[in-house]
Design a binder for this molecule. Structure first.
Ligand SMILES: Cc1ncc(COP(=O)(O)O)c(C=O)c1O
Length: 445
């Protein structure tokens, strides 16, 4: 029987989307600007010219000029510093080819508080429902529970690469309505967590049409917008899709969440992000602003970073070549890691894994033998949690059981990040493969 000595094995963290904790390096230009903004007295020193790029010095001056008192230690406007919102709006417009208004931007400490804020505003009682994908990122189930609402599930179709199906949405909407629930909003996570799919544009159009018809606020979690690894897929923001269908601001209420935690920047600990809020009446907008004001403002370094990720160095800037090399290096490495892990998972007996098109995760399905399911039940554990625990004990690999995200009843999965550095991937593959073979042997029916 295969069992490694747990104590002597290095733990391989494949459980959380926290890239820098596993060795991913931050983008130099972003950190240079942050450092200069935080310690502006060095901006005038002659040594600074030799240590920092000319464009990071120029950007830091520009940002400081937009901050009251030129101080990153000062409170800002509750929506965030206006000059930074201008840059973010310009970045969104350049990305989408449609205008964006800085007054629609609310800077937040990462995407999580923005999601909480919207849930707080949307949920009046347990009779208010929020449509969420299953599997889903548990921020949504937790936030809905915290604010006393009802999660209305819609199942992603694993057989079609975790696609969203309007027939499923209709079925679940009717089921919720028959229980007296008013469904107010629909959450889409694109690219998907934990499922790693990138939605096709046609599919996005169907979703926009569905929200329009059913009067739903579209909550578009787009924090993985830079994480797309396959040439056949491209990220399209829901706002761009809605505008390209001819829907204007007044036609559809839409919130897009973005974060500095993901992408190629992976600055999770800096807590930066924003939501772009469009299609709400002035009254509702005022309430959103009021709720944002309760927290005074989001942290200023996070605000600066959010503006930098939406307005990185451009061709001709001194940092451009090194910035691009760092960005491409990280994204191409993530793509290689995703493909290696996807192939390794698909080569295992009883495991099927959809393509890792984007985000930072694989979500393989494990077809467990009946004996393994019985063994799990005997320990009062869900079968995928049993598998994940045995994997950890035998190999040091940490994954998250699918039951943490929701899944079609009777199916079992786990979520595995693609984030261990490339030199660790062979160890993940060999340990996982050896464990899986031994596990299947042990519990073969
Ligand atoms: C889909 C999704 N949305 C939102 C978040 C929250 O990220 P943050 O609050 O760090 O911006 C995460 C974090 O993993 C995520 O995966």
């Amino acid at each position: 029987m295969f069992y490694c000595n747990f104590i002597s094995l290095q733990i391989l963290y494949c459980n959380i989307g926290n890239p820098q904790s596993l060795g991913q390096q931050p983008i130099t230009f972003f950190r240079e600007v942050l450092a200069l903004c935080d310690h502006p007295t060095i901006l005038d020193k002659s040594e600074t010219q030799g240590l920092f790029s000319a464009d990071s010095i120029e950007r830091a001056w520009k940002i400081l000029d937009q901050i009251p008192g030129r101080a990153t230690g000062a409170y800002s406007h509750s929506q965030g510093i206006k000059g930074l919102r201008d840059e973010i709006a310009a970045g969104i417009a350049a990305r989408d080819g449609f205008p964006a208004d800085p007054n629609d931007i609310f800077l937040t400490d990462g995407a999580s508080p923005a999601v909480h804020m919207m849930m707080q505003l949307l949920i009046r009682s347990e009779n208010d429902g929020i449509f969420c994908p299953i599997p889903q990122y548990p921020l949504y189930s937790a936030s809905i529970a915290l604010h006393g609402g009802t999660l209305v599930p819609y199942f992603l179709n694993e057989a079609t690469g975790w696609g969203m199906e309007v027939s499923e949405l209709k079925k679940q909407l009717e089921a919720a309505q028959s229980k007296g629930i008013t469904v107010r909003a629909l959450v889409v996570i694109n690219p998907g967590n934990p499922t790693g799919q990138v939605l096709a544009e046609d599919n996005q159009r169907e979703i926009v049409e569905f929200c329009k018809k059913e009067n739903l606020v579209l909550l578009a979690d787009e924090v993985y917008q830079e994480n797309v690894y396959v040439p056949e897929k491209k990220f399209h923001s829901f706002k761009k899709v809605a505008r390209s269908m001819g829907y204007g601001e007044e036609d559809i209420p839409l919130v897009s969440f973005q974060s500095v935690s993901k992408g190629y920047y992976g600055e999770c600990g800096k807590r930066g992000g924003y939501m772009e809020v469009t299609g709400f009446s002035a009254d509702v907008r005022e309430q959103i602003y009021k709720v944002a004001s309760v927290n005074l403002c989001s942290n200023i370094s996070g605000q600066i970073l959010a503006s930098l990720v939406m307005n990185p160095p451009k061709v001709g800037d001194e940092s451009y070549d090194s910035y691009l090399a760092e960005k491409d290096g990280i994204l191409s490495s993530l793509a290689r890691r995703a493909k290696t892990l996807e192939d390794a998972l698909n080569s295992l007996e009883g495991v099927t894994c959809n393509k890792a098109e984007g985000a930072m995760y694989l979500f393989p399905r494990i077809h467990l033998p009946k004996k393994a399911i019985e063994a799990a039940e005997a320990t009062k554990a869900a079968p995928d949690a049993f598998y994940a625990r045995r994997l950890l004990e035998a190999t040091g690999i940490v994954v998250v059981p699918g039951s943490g995200f929701g899944q079609v009843p009777g199916t079992w999965h786990f979520r595995c990040t693609i984030l261990p550095q490339e030199d660790k991937i062979p160890a993940v593959v060999s340990r996982l493969t050896a464990f899986h073979q031994a596990f299947m042997e042990e519990y073969r029916d």
